[in-house]
Ligand binder design. Sequence first.
Ligand SMILES: NC(=O)c1ccc[n+]([C@@H]2O[C@H](COP(=O)([O-])OP(=O)(O)OC[C@H]3O[C@@H](n4cnc5c(N)ncnc54)[C@H](O)[C@@H]3O)[C@@H](O)[C@H]2O)c1
Length: 403
Amino acid sequence: MKRLKAIVLGAGYRGRAYAEYAAEHPDQLEIVGVADPVQARVIPAKYYWNDWRECLDDHPEADIVMVTMPDSLHHEPAIMALKSGYHLLLEKPISPTEDECREVIECALAEKRLVIVGHILRYTAYFAHVKALIDSGELGEVVSIAHQESAGFWKVAHSYVRGNWANSKKSSPIILAKCSHDFDLFVWWIGRKCRRVTSFGSIKLFRRENMPRGAATRCVDCPPYIERRCVWSARNMYVDHDELKYLFADHSDDAMRKLIEETEYGKCVYQADNDVPDHQTVMLEFEGGATVSHVMTGFTEKNVRTTRIAMTRGEIIGDGENLDVCRFDGNTVETGVPSVYRIPNRSRHGGGDFNLVSEMIRILRRNDPDEIRETTEEALQSHLICFAAERSRLAGGKVIEIN
Ligand SMILES: NC(=O)c1ccc[n+]([C@@H]2O[C@H](COP(=O)([O-])OP(=O)(O)OC[C@H]3O[C@@H](n4cnc5c(N)ncnc54)[C@H](O)[C@@H]3O)[C@@H](O)[C@H]2O)c1
């Protein structure tokens, strides 16, 4: 079998996550080049560039371009890579704007290239088992889905109050940045297009008027009697605990101290530059009448997705780890997720990162034009839901039709 060659544009957290696949499966994938102005060399490769444009201008020989740069640097490199004949592993979002998302997918279809978007949840065993249960037909048809994305109080503070996705003008609305994964699952599970969307949401807590009196703009300067009681204290999140350190290439003690003293990750959560909601609810109606309610909230202890799928002959109930299947005829009640889904692996996101790369390699090796086209087209659907949801939220919950 031919070994595929890939270039990584952006050697940050996501770039490293996908590139590691090549290290574990050198017979399938080789990373031939990496572009990153700061940390290109954290990923082993033959060639390095400072910037994605220099790399694509050189037109290195490869099959796949992995676009794993910040959200605002997806659209232009994606179009340039597709027009140069590369297939794309494109991190979500395709772009922060709807027009640009449509343009990327249209360009890929015109060039007959594959676009796999980083919707890694569908490549995890847990969510793939939900898909298999639905597709088995045993439980009839999907009628309604109630799904909650519990974002975790620390995760929301990290990414959506202080971090890269806190301000929609600099990155994307939270519904796109955080929930395109969930909408991708609904589209995949139901197998139809979403036609109508409505949404509400706001910033409930992380606003200036909720700041404790006397708090400083940085946690390191905050009076101890306030900081000690603040669960979002940057010192608490990045120095005293290890859970979030994996997000940074350098997570030495010195680097983490510098992080909270000098960067936005050390800011008071009530005085950050955030404008994205800390909770948002979306209602969807699909072709054929199935409905979905999706709740995203930052006020949960755990970062977990829970789901109840009501079907015409049974129900699937998922707590994020285990699945209960209840048939109305009382015949079976099945629990758990069998370990039959692709290669077991050590990648993050429940193995989803590696399974996504593996799936991309499988599709490219098979080289079926219909499969390439359908996979590429489907990538757009979740994004269209996100844009409709944001338009609805900003219009006070108006129903938005998706064409
Ligand atoms: N699929 C998922 O679950 C998931 C999770 C997190 C992030 N993301 C998405 O992945 C993308 C990357 O996020 P991340 O967390 O890896 O960010 P990151 O900051 O860790 O990495 C981005 C990298 O891009 C590099 N870069 C910036 N400008 C560049 C340029 N001109 N040329 C080449 N490289 C450049 C940066 O130096 C950095 O190393 C974002 O779009 C994000 O929304 C997806």
